[in-house]
Design a protein around this ligand. Sequence first.
Ligand SMILES: NC(=O)c1ccc[n+]([C@@H]2O[C@H](COP(=O)([O-])OP(=O)(O)OC[C@H]3O[C@@H](n4cnc5c(N)ncnc54)[C@H](OP(=O)(O)O)[C@@H]3O)[C@@H](O)[C@H]2O)c1
Length: 312
Amino acid sequence: MNFIRSIYYFFRRNKKNHFKPIILITGCASGVGWALAKLLQKHKEYRVVITAREKSIPKLREGFVEDERFWILPLDVTDDSSRRSVIDQISKRWGAVNVFISNAGISYRAVVEHMSPQDEINQMNTNYIGPLELVRLILPALRNIGRGKIIAVSSVSGMLAMPTMSAYSASKHALEGAFESLWYEARPFGIDVTLIQPGFIRSNSFKNVYYTQLSDPKVSLTGDYKDFYANMTPFVEKMMELSPTNPKKVAQKILWVIKKQDPPLWVPATWDALIFYYIRRILPRRYLLPFLYFCLPKAQTWAKDVTHKRHT
Ligand SMILES: NC(=O)c1ccc[n+]([C@@H]2O[C@H](COP(=O)([O-])OP(=O)(O)OC[C@H]3O[C@@H](n4cnc5c(N)ncnc54)[C@H](OP(=O)(O)O)[C@@H]3O)[C@@H](O)[C@H]2O)c1
């Protein structure tokens, strides 16, 4: 019976006049966004808008072929006119976005002391304010329709922070907080809200990390925080290299959420995300940070040349 039903749905969804939900994805020029775009290109039951900043549009045009259900548009999530223009163009050509996937993100590598207000703003604009503004543009139509999905790629950094990643953690914590509220606010309107939580992903995205004037390796590897950078940077890169989860697997997780009826708010996307979640739940708070501190590479020796630090 199920087999017959699948055949029926297969032919129905490929019929020209059958409604195909519209999916909008941000940050498709690499990593998870790219993998998700590749995956969704094969799923003919959706209309898909893949986006990237203007500078990355040629790369998207090389990697993907547009057709009547697959569309490439420039979108800088930090730019108000770019956000409005994308939603406007989609609405004119196809109608309201049914599934929004906020994937674009950047990560600063800098200790708190090395961030400037402008660096903090850049981080928050990309990972928090931009995505929330897009949600605000998309929500009214979803409320009218009475169904839809809002999905954001968050991070383990949205539940736990690491040294040299304060601004990134803050942006993902902010996203998690806002989406948790949104879950309650959208549910009565029939809209699903989900946070995909990857830990380390095996990809090259550590190469895209942003440095500040003070955290730039040219200066930071000789300053007072040199041990932090000297240990954290290779540690994060190693963890990403060793991760069994690649962007394709995260993309499959997102597709699972797109298809799932009533998906949960939190969806861990890598095995370490699940482990961190349980560590956080099981370990009493007073042991949590000392335990994680102990796990960081040579943390006990950090700053030993420059300060009479407390013995830990
Ligand atoms: N990699 C990991 O280990 C990891 C772990 C946990 C969570 N995540 C999260 O997963 C998501 C995807 O990351 P990824 O690993 O695929 O990293 P990635 O390869 O660096 O991809 C991030 C994408 O965001 C785009 N982007 C940056 N600023 C943008 C802006 N202002 N407007 C539009 N697009 C912008 C970049 O495109 P251009 O710069 O080419 O425009 C890039 O394609 C991010 O939200 C990240 O925080 C990643």
